[in-house]
Design a protein around this ligand. Structure first.
Ligand SMILES: [Zn+2]
Length: 81
């Protein structure tokens, strides 16, 4: 397995707990020898956790709506009589 195969499998969710063990074993062997993919896997897990927390906060019953963008300020041009 090379880096491209590893990152493709990981990013597409094919290395989850339901993946066949020979595939997971090959992926684990690759992360043992490749610091880049170890870092990629750590970042991927952190990003997944972050998105999961964000999704749950949006689905929670008293969730505050996401912050709005900057609102267009109204220009009050009054014509004095
Ligand atoms: Zn790698």
């Amino acid at each position: 397995m090379n880096c491209q195969q590893y990152t493709t499998l990981l990013a597409s969710g094919q290395l989850g707990p339901r993946a066949p063990w020979p595939l997971r074993a090959r992926a684990a062997c690759h992360t043992l020898i490749c610091a880049h993919c170890r870092r990629f896997a750590r970042n991927d897990a952190a990003l997944t956790a972050l998105l999961q927390g964000w999704r749950e906060s949006l689905q929670a019953p008293g969730a505050s709506p996401p912050p709005d963008g900057p609102k267009a300020s109204e220009t009050g041009a009054d014509s004095a009589g």
